[in-house]
Design a protein around this ligand. Structure first.
Ligand SMILES: Nc1ncnc2c1ncn2[C@@H]1O[C@H](COP(=O)(O)OP(=O)(O)OP(=O)(O)O)[C@@H](O)[C@H]1O
Length: 256
């Protein structure tokens, strides 16, 4: 089943000189797939993510998530759609400092007026799953970056979203924490069957995906599949970035 279907998607940012950020994008992500989007700076990755996440609207073309077109929804319906169908994980975690880790995690359910018992049950289950039960009462400034990202992933997963969107989730983490977060996302993808789309510059992060799609100058150019060896996939990703004009020279295979 197709969980995400992007058809003929175009985005032009108007201005004195209009920027054509995306051109005729066709992308399908099947239920349970974990797909990475990579490409050089300015290639259109964030624009694509913003159109899929409904933060921005396409100039033309269509986005379907779980068979629904979110861009056709009214504002209120769209807010509910985002809470129920989408999970978001960001580079800077986007947790609220004034709330505890537990309060941050249940926020999507609170906004959806779910009963307290259901919130508590889901909170305990996801916290256990992610190994963060002992930090639920802490504030976000009392925990490490890796723990913050785990809390953010718990918040993204608590409503069992149709599609989890991760925007540079390892961008603020050291290599150990990055690896832990990617292993966690991979495990959740495998065990919960959550469909995931990751946008990243980081070949290590992308090497945890089943498939990586490359974008250049607003067009999808190539895609590669992981197969059995993550290490070989990591190398293929670096080779492709280098071919596309990415910054492979900054990368070290030590991170494999
Ligand atoms: N709000 C905007 N208004 C005008 N142009 C924009 C806007 N946002 C992005 N662009 C342009 O659209 C193109 C694609 O940008 P986008 O941010 O999607 O690239 P990216 O691949 O995410 O880059 P990076 O890896 O550096 O984050 C670029 O040429 C950029 O300058």
């Amino acid at each position: 089943m197709e969980m995400l279907k992007v058809q003929g998607l175009n985005k032009v940012y108007p201005g004195k000189i209009a920027t054509r950020a995306l051109q005729d994008i066709e992308l399908t992500i099947e239920k349970g797939e974990f797909v990475g989007i990579m490409g050089p700076s300015g290639s259109g990755k964030t624009t694509l993510l913003n159109l899929v996440s409904t933060i921005d609207t396409p100039s033309s073309g269509e986005v379907r998530i779980n068979r629904k077109n979110p861009h056709a929804l009214k504002r209120r319906e769209l807010a509910a759609f985002r809470r129920r169908e989408l999970g978001f994980v960001f580079q800077d975690f986007n947790l609220l400092d004034t709330l505890t880790v537990a309060e941050n995690i249940v926020l999507p359910l609170t906004l959806d007026y779910r009963p307290f018992r259901e919130m508590e049950q889901k909170l305990q289950a996801i916290a256990h799953r992610l190994g963060i039960t002992d930090i639920l009462g802490k504030r976000t400034y009392e925990i490490s970056g890796g723990q913050r990202q785990r809390a953010a992933i718990a918040r993204a997963m608590i409503s069992s979203p149709s599609l989890l969107l991760a925007d540079e989730p390892t961008g603020s983490l050291d290599s150990n924490a990055s690896r832990n977060v990617m292993e966690l996302l991979e495990t959740l993808n495998r065990t919960e069957g959550t469909t995931m789309m990751l946008v990243s510059h980081d070949p290590l992060a992308a090497s945890y995906c089943d498939r990586v799609v490359f974008i250049k100058d607003g067009r999808l150019t190539n895609e590669i599949h992981r197969g059995d060896s993550r290490q070989a996939f990591f190398q293929k990703i670096i080779d492709m970035l280098s071919y596309l004009g990415g910054n492979a020279h900054e990368l070290s295979s030590i991170r494999v």
